[in-house]
Design a protein around this ligand. Structure first.
Ligand SMILES: Cc1cc2nc3c(=O)[nH]c(=O)nc-3n(C[C@H](O)[C@H](O)[C@H](O)COP(=O)(O)O)c2cc1C
Ligand SMILES: Cc1ncc(COP(=O)(O)O)c(CN)c1O
Length: 197
């Protein structure tokens, strides 16, 4: 693996550990930005569930707004804002998106609490919902359907892996004299440079 990419991943891993050890309430929470086929952006929080040299993985409903956007336009940006680490740290990751394999999604789904597994069946994520009772009735239906057995992974629920082309580490400093270290891949090679804050 490219030495600079390895350095960026090591830096990310170190900062994530610092965030876990800090008072940060949701160290793995990240903002995911996507855009539709016309380039109109949208953003929402998701949780980082796996990461390694292949990229950064989150799980979701593929029929959701983000799922449809990523099907039409498989590019994404991720943002971690760790306010409790050092003097605030922001990590920005941009790249292309690919679905994880069915085997990887199955393995992760199997580790989820049963209630979350049933929720993945019950939620028609991002579709209009007329009442809370409708959602609760759907949940109860799936509880009955899968009673006494394992809950299989819904076909519309899986993971996306963001394959990074850019990783920026932003370190807060007094008087807005922050530090920005950017790693970017161009024509297969990683380069590192600083940006003015
Ligand atoms: C801290 C936090 C973590 C979240 N994690 C996830 C997640 O991992 N997957 C997911 O589908 N939605 C997650 N959500 C809900 C999303 O923010 C969002 O409401 C939902 O996925 C629908 O987004 P969409 O309509 O743009 O597809 C999370 C919300 C918060 C506040
Ligand atoms: C709809 C949805 N899916 C997935 C997640 C990921 O979190 P968890 O793995 O803890 O369920 C969240 C977190 N709030 C969520 O709201």
């Amino acid at each position: 693996m490219d030495a600079l990419y390895r350095e960026a991943l090591n830096t990310f891993g170190g900062l994530l550990e610092e965030a876990r050890a800090s008072a940060e309430p949701e160290p793995t929470a990240m903002v995911l930005a996507t855009a539709d086929g016309k380039g109109r952006p949208s953003a929402r929080a998701v949780l980082l569930k796996a990461w390694d040299e292949r990229g950064f993985v989150f799980y979701t409903n593929f029929d959701s707004r983000k799922g449809r956007q990523l099907a039409a336009n498989p590019q994404a940006a991720l943002l971690f804002l760790w306010k409790q680490v050092r003097q605030q740290v922001q990590v920005r990751i941009e790249g292309t998106v690919e679905p994880v394999t069915a085997a990887e999604a199955d393995a992760y789904f199997a580790t989820r609490p049963r209630e979350s597994q049933l929720g993945a069946w019950a939620s028609l994520q991002s579709q209009p919902l007329d009442s809370r009772a409708t959602f609760e009735a759907r949940y109860a239906d799936y509880e009955r359907e899968f009673a006494g057995g394992e809950v299989p992974r819904p076909p519309h629920w899986s993971g996306f892996r963001v394959v990074p082309e850019m990783i920026e580490f932003w370190y807060g400093a007094p008087f807005r004299l922050h530090e920005r270290q950017v790693y970017a891949r161009r024509e297969g090679r990683w380069a590192k440079r600083m940006l003015y804050p």
